[in-house]
Design a binder for this molecule. Structure first.
Ligand code: MN
Length: 327
């Protein structure tokens, strides 16, 4: 499945290896980088391997390294390395302020990832280990351990499991094969309870209060057969919008004030987007923001608008726009 011969050849020639996570590294990025580091150290004794997290890690990844120490640095080292590996990313543009230092570098580049590839990179990449069918880079790395008949230590097994738990959204996206791999990792000492509890961040009190206040102020509307929940709260709009979808609303619209401006978060369920074709960013947030001289954008199922105006009025505009798109 993976062209590992080339990978081995490159390893043979290298003494100093740098493994890059994407900027704002998430648990799959940092955990896969760590597992790759030890895979390499097993395949080649005496090699120096450093993990770089350009610009640092996200909150969950920081939580992971608090529980399981993983050493990483943020400085630019690419000019001192003789091999670069990208973990959980296939685009050097995602390496933040390290991007420039890598653009003209004439050293081999290896990509280990599960995201869709950017064709332009294929030309300049020496070795591509990509599987878009798996839900995490950690799973690819575990497959590599198996190919080399390397038994992961308890720590490595735990680290790989954490990456899998994170990127499969607690196994919702896990394939049967992934679950078999998880069973093997448990056999090597990984704890599913630990992995899940590390990934479950307790909510701050202000966020709980924001969610509850938003529920008190909830307004329910309909557009065809779809249920839209709207509310107003001055902080955690995105968190509230997510929770409204979680409890069943097909679309949620949550606005709040920040001085004289408003911030609005829009979220919808996957089936709403799939059945209606409505793209919250392009069809709702952007046109409404344009009318208000504000700014808007986002993805199909998550978008935001901000600008100057009355919140109730803008919620109404969003609902009207959804109804218009449905008719
Ligand atoms: Mn990932």
């Amino acid at each position: 499945m993976y062209r590992l011969r080339l990978f081995e050849k490159l390893l043979k020639k290298s003494k100093k290896i740098v493994i890059y996570c994407h900027q704002n590294a998430d648990p799959d990025a940092i955990c896969s980088a760590y597992a790759i580091k030890f895979l390499i150290k097993n395949l080649k004794k005496g090699v120096i391997v450093k993990i770089i997290t350009p610009g640092g890690m996200n909150a969950l990844a920081k939580r992971v390294v608090d529980f399981i120490p993983i050493e990483s640095i943020t400085e630019i080292l690419s000019n001192k390395a003789d091999l670069i590996i990208l973990a959980d990313t296939n685009n050097i543009r995602q390496l933040g302020n390290h991007y420039e230092s890598l653009t003209n570098l004439k050293i081999p580049l290896v990509i280990i990832d599960h995201h869709t590839t950017h064709l332009d990179l294929k030309k300049s990449t020496s070795c591509i280990i990509i599987n878009e069918k798996v839900s995490s880079t950690c799973e690819i790395v575990y497959e590599m351990y198996k190919r080399y008949k390397l038994k992961p230590s308890k720590k490595i097994a735990n680290v790989i499991l954490i990456g899998i738990v994170y990127d499969t959204r607690h196994f919702i996206l896990a394939s049967s094969k992934c679950l078999i791999n998880v069973a093997e990792l448990i056999h090597f000492g990984a704890s599913i309870e630990d992995a899940i509890s590390i990934m479950r961040v307790p909510l701050d009190k202000p966020e709980i209060i924001a969610r509850l206040k938003a529920l008190q102020r909830l307004v329910i509307s309909r557009a065809d057969n779809w249920i839209i929940a709207a509310s107003e709260v001055n902080s955690y709009q995105a968190s509230v919008a997510r929770i409204l979808n979680y409890i069943g609303a097909h679309v949620s619209i949550v606005g709040g004030r920040n001085n004289d401006r408003f911030i609005m978060s829009l979220r919808c369920k996957e089936n709403f987007h799939k059945k209606t074709g409505i793209h919250l960013g392009k069809d709702i947030a952007i046109p409404i923001a344009e009318r208000l001289n504000g700014s808007g954008g986002g993805h199909a199922m998550a978008a935001g608008i901000n600008g100057i105006g009355d919140i109730d009025d803008i919620i109404e505009k969003c609902i009207d726009k959804i109804r218009e798109k449905l008719s």
